[in-house]
Design a protein around this ligand. Sequence first.
Ligand SMILES: *[C@@H]1O[C@H](CO)[C@@H](O)[C@H](O)[C@H]1NC(C)=O
Ligand SMILES: *[C@@H]1O[C@H](CO)[C@@H](O)[C@H](O)[C@H]1NC(C)=O
Ligand SMILES: *[C@@H]1O[C@H](CO)[C@@H](O)[C@H](O)[C@H]1NC(C)=O
Ligand SMILES: *[C@@H]1O[C@H](CO)[C@@H](O)[C@H](O)[C@H]1NC(C)=O
Ligand SMILES: *[C@@H]1O[C@H](CO)[C@@H](O)[C@H](O)[C@H]1NC(C)=O
Ligand SMILES: *[C@@H]1O[C@H](CO)[C@@H](O)[C@H](O)[C@H]1NC(C)=O
Ligand SMILES: *[C@@H]1O[C@H](CO)[C@@H](O)[C@H](O)[C@H]1NC(C)=O
Length: 371
Amino acid sequence: MKSFTHFLPLLASLAAASPIDLTKAGLHNLFTRQDIQTPINASLPNITIFATGGTIASQGSTNTQTTGYSIGLGVQQLITAVPELLNISNIAGYQISNVGSGDINSTISLTLAHMINAELSKSSVSGVVVTHGTDTLEETAFFLSSTVNSTKPVVIVGAMRPATALSADGPLNLYQAILLAGSPAARNRGVMITLNDRIGSAFYTTKNNANTLDTFSSTEAGQLGSFVNQVPYFFYAPAEPVGRTVFDLANATSLAKVDILFAHQDMAPDLIDSAVQGGAKGLVFAGVGAGGISSKANVAAQAAFNATGVPMVASHRSADGLVPPTSDDDFIISSGYYNPQKARVLLQLGLTIGWGNEEIKEAFAKSLPVP
Ligand SMILES: *[C@@H]1O[C@H](CO)[C@@H](O)[C@H](O)[C@H]1NC(C)=O
Ligand SMILES: *[C@@H]1O[C@H](CO)[C@@H](O)[C@H](O)[C@H]1NC(C)=O
Ligand SMILES: *[C@@H]1O[C@H](CO)[C@@H](O)[C@H](O)[C@H]1NC(C)=O
Ligand SMILES: *[C@@H]1O[C@H](CO)[C@@H](O)[C@H](O)[C@H]1NC(C)=O
Ligand SMILES: *[C@@H]1O[C@H](CO)[C@@H](O)[C@H](O)[C@H]1NC(C)=O
Ligand SMILES: *[C@@H]1O[C@H](CO)[C@@H](O)[C@H](O)[C@H]1NC(C)=O
Ligand SMILES: *[C@@H]1O[C@H](CO)[C@@H](O)[C@H](O)[C@H]1NC(C)=O
């Protein structure tokens, strides 16, 4: 997919006061707040959209094109395309990036965490929506679930079809995300993902199909709720995912480098050494079965661990399932229920705040329900 990788001209509008200063954190310090409607309707919830790019912000050259389109619609254009949004909320928007989600990096994630925490701390703000490419949407959702400390709704939304497609899904997905972010029933449920009428927990929802509209689901944990005629219906009372850790990243300016290695028959040892030599501070294996790697890869991993202490986490390459806890003396840490991409985020966060192996092990073990 083609993508623009430019940030909006951040420093261009020094006059437009930014509510927070990220320079101290070494991050981009000015994002222009775009207030969409004046005057605002004080009886409607105030929702802030953080736009990052992705298919929801994309256009194809024909209305039947559903791959190979280009990103580039700004937050103002996303909102303008759905004027109905202004009847259900007062919207402000920030353009944080305009990239395909494969290019979401630690600068963007940390900026989102800082800005969303600041936004939700305002009493007038009811909730926030993040528009994002679907390919790595679950990673940003899990990252925010682990770094945003608020009872207010944070909703991550994307689209599988570009804005120009016949039956584009972006506009209704965005409408539902805004509804959800403003809904009192959506509070105290952690970060949520909504697409295709479904509401899922950021903790367990994953992208299952590279192409189809019904791609997001969480087969074992299930959905939290669904939309029917634009009403969010929840199946359960508000609950936190078991074992959620919230990290205070107030002083973080970058995230630790963690690589994922995909296991397969006869997995060779060399990628492990190359990852460690390349500066990885942690490794996650997308292991075979319940977290396995080949015997020779295991020897190389243990040697690398003995030599460097780089923590190694075993997750599963199967779409779902759990890696049971390893024994106390095993150098490999079990990912529990976390899939490789979420295990990577959790390991990055732990390493970023200076955790050692024991604390990391504990954070992963917390996802397993206490018998
Ligand atoms: C992350 O991506 C943005 C936008 O493409 C870029 O401005 C920034 O420098 C990148 N950060 C890192 C650490 O690569
Ligand atoms: C403000 O929103 C409320 C609730 O939807 C609606 O009843 C009212 O008509 C709106 N007021 C204006 C001036 O649009
Ligand atoms: C929305 O913001 C306005 C202006 O700050 C405020 O008066 C209003 O109470 C807010 N609406 C809600 C539902 O909090
Ligand atoms: C907003 O609500 C008003 C009053 O109910 C209605 O007349 C108008 O058509 C609505 N606008 C949109 C874009 O839905
Ligand atoms: C989250 O917020 C609660 C309540 O304001 C506070 O007690 C707690 O220390 C915060 N946690 C983090 C990690 O910031
Ligand atoms: C961030 O740095 C400040 C100043 O050094 C310190 O007081 C504070 O405890 C740090 N916060 C965290 C979460 O590390
Ligand atoms: C790593 O260290 C452990 C404990 O000292 C030892 O039993 C093991 O043989 C070492 N493994 C390798 C491959 O160096």
